[in-house]
Design a protein around this ligand. Sequence first.
Ligand code: FA5
Length: 339
Amino acid sequence: MMEKIAKLIEQAQSDIAASNTLAQINAVKVKYLGKSGELTQLLRGMKDLAPEDRPAAGKFVNQARDEITELTDKKSKELAQAETDEKMLKESIDITLDGNAVERGSLHPCTLVANEIVEIFTSMGFSIAQGPEIELDKFCFQMLNIPPDHPARDMQDTFYITDEALLRTHTSSVQARAMLKSKPPIRIVCPGKVYRPDDDATHSPMFQQIEGLVVDEKVTLCDLKGLLETFAQKLFDQKTKVRFRPSFFPFTEPSVEVDVTCSVCHGKGCRICKGTGWIEILGAGIVNPKVLENCGIDSKKYKGLAFGLGIERTTMIKYGIPDMRILFENDVRFLKEFK
Ligand code: FA5
């Protein structure tokens, strides 16, 4: 029995020494120490020994098991470390290599301009109001002093959905909703998409507008001019001047078209302003008392000023873009210019 055990230890030592992988050393463990392993078999054979030989043989077998366990554990650790070292060497990262570039998007120029305009007005105490793009004729036209069959409806060709519902042609519809909802003083800007059946280099069927409305006890055309001049100087540059030309909107009286000095030539005349030195930027006026009354506001006590500008047109002026359609093509080379 003792001889057998000694041989087994010798055999195990040589198997352990010959193991070069974790899989091999695990197989050696199973071969000697597993449930049907050779050492386990020897332990089972103890019952055939004479009782007086059993204690010494038992001790020897236990020693053998401890020794083989120790040797296989040691070898397992060595092999595991060697495998980790090899893996680390293979997978080492060269931190001097360039990483994979992640393409970052950017805001569309119209979004940049819209955000900037909203920021200018909010910094002057305006709050933001919004309304639905699918609007009722009532808010888009009737409350704004444009009854059905009024010739002024021809000024804004309209996509009708039903006789009552339409795609709003201007953000002035939000004015009516805001005045019905809140009492003066009112000071709001209303950004949003609007729709008209137009399509050429300076007109798009979908475009964005920002409406502005102030209703208070003392509001004059001078306030409108001062407000729009401050706005234009913040959006373009400090030297920008504003000029009013008489115009007509059914919801304002008097009404004006507002021009700013060309931001490219500063009023000298160039290709962008067609030699005039001025560029039309928005429509505005003093809110027609009929509109205030339609919205439940006492027109004897309160006056209003309102203006509406096109975001695409303003973006074209600010960046000298000659054709509005470029803004809708989403050519990445163009959009990258605004990163
Ligand atoms: C209006 O829409 C009025 N609601 C503006 C207003 C508000 C006047 C409050 C008075 C008081 P107008 O139709 O001119 O006005 O449009 C305003 C701006 O929208 C224009 O100056 C232009 O910049 C832009 N715009 C008009 N039609 C188009 C279009 N098809 N594509 C792109 N921009 C357009």
